[in-house]
Design a protein around this ligand. Structure first.
Ligand SMILES: Nc1nc2c(ncn2[C@@H]2O[C@H](COP(=O)(O)OP(=O)(O)OP(=O)(O)O)[C@@H](O)[C@H]2O)c(=O)[nH]1
Ligand SMILES: [Mg+2]
Length: 183
């Protein structure tokens, strides 16, 4: 996403607010390097709210167009992390009220129904505006996208079709439906 925005001439700043999972920030730093965009990160185990706070200040300072904030995922059963997510919401409200926001949830297409449960739990914590469905390059056809749209009413906005920098595509519902019916 950072590389695409950058390619479209946008000034991008990343916030590595997944301070929970080991090496999550290092992983994001590598993507920032590949995309040639700035990144704000903290130490592992540090307060993700503090990272986001600093990243908002940095984005304002640099007059950035887009701030991309990565948060801890896969952890819908960990109450403290869901509370942290709510706190991040409040920080954005306070430090940059009126900004245009997208809250994307990234779901793995190979996990089936579990993705639905995950999306539902995250919806209780924050106002999800879209889904990124990854691993669509494998055998998974992402049929779960239909359930997500029908039951939760959130649109799929992007699909992941590999691990490369150009492997994030805009979701196309016509292509998706025809792929469901072809072997
Ligand atoms: N084949 C394939 N691999 C993908 C795709 N998207 C992500 N991956 C790989 O899946 C692995 C996990 O990706 P992450 O970005 O760490 O996923 P995450 O959801 O942030 O996971 P956590 O940070 O641990 O919560 C990495 O090895 C990615 O390269 C995709 O669309 N296709
Ligand atoms: Mg992650």
């Amino acid at each position: 996403l950072a590389a695409q925005l950058k390619g479209n001439g946008k000034k991008v700043v990343m916030a590595a607010a997944d301070t929970f999972r080991a090496a999550a920030a290092d992983q994001l730093k590598e993507w920032a390097r590949r995309s040639n965009v700035d990144i704000v990160a903290g130490n592992e185990g540090s307060d993700p709210g503090a990272v986001l706070f600093d990243a908002i200040a940095s984005a304002k300072n640099k007059n950035a167009d887009v701030l991309l904030c990565d948060t801890a995922g896969r952890l819908h059963n960990k109450k403290n992390l869901m509370e942290e997510l709510k706190k991040l919401d409040r920080i954005i409200e306070k430090e940059y009220s009126g900004c245009i926001r997208e809250n994307l949830i990234v779901l793995d297409a190979t996990t089936g129904q579990n993705a639905l449960v995950q999306a539902k739990t995250f919806m209780e914590a924050t106002d999800i505006t879209g889904v990124v469905l990854t691993k669509m390059d494998g055998t998974a056809k992402g049929g779960i996208a239909i359930a997500i749209q029908a039951e939760l009413g959130i649109p799929v906005k992007y699909i992941g079709v590999g691990e490369g920098i150009d492997d994030l595509q805009k979701f196309n519902s016509h292509d998706f439906v025809s792929a469901l019916f072809t072997k």
